[in-house]
Design a protein around this ligand. Structure first.
Ligand SMILES: [Zn+2]
Length: 135
């Protein structure tokens, strides 16, 4: 048997309706919005059509109303134990290639930009003695 949809909240603003719909969906509650498109296109019609309606099935009504009540009471109690946070980015940066100048032995060297490399055929440049060479 088909379940009835119950309007559990109305909003003048489409954005607020989307946010709360997403919140309820994250709890596994199937939600629908009514009149979202007419109000999205013509925000001044919001009052005339009674706002954007947030609807849930009869079976989810009590749970959904409970979640909205918590939100409207200003609750920010998230259960962090059940949220999978991204692991910290512990990857080490790749080691910088240390190139030694074959003329003076300095490590104050740099790889030349690709365009200059193509024009002059040098790949590395020594900042100490000005030597340029290919490895
Ligand atoms: Zn050098």
């Amino acid at each position: 048997m088909a379940e009835r949809l119950i309007t559990i909240a109305t909003f003048n603003d489409v954005t607020e309706a989307y946010i709360l719909k997403g919140r309820l969906e994250s709890e596994g509650i199937l939600c629908f919005l009514g009149d979202e498109h007419i109000i999205g296109a013509h925000p001044f019609y919001s009052v005339a059509v009674g706002g954007v309606k947030l609807k849930v099935t009869e079976n989810d009504e009590d749970e959904a109303r409970g979640i909205l009540k918590q939100i409207w009471q200003g609750s920010t109690n998230f259960d962090y134990d059940t949220i999978d946070l991204a692991p910290p980015d512990a990857a080490e940066p790749p080691p910088v290639e240390q190139v030694t100048c074959p003329r003076c032995g300095s490590t104050d060297t740099a790889q030349r930009p690709y365009l200059l490399d193509a024009l002059f055929g040098d790949r590395y440049e020594c900042h100490n003695c000005g030597n340029r060479w290919k490895p």
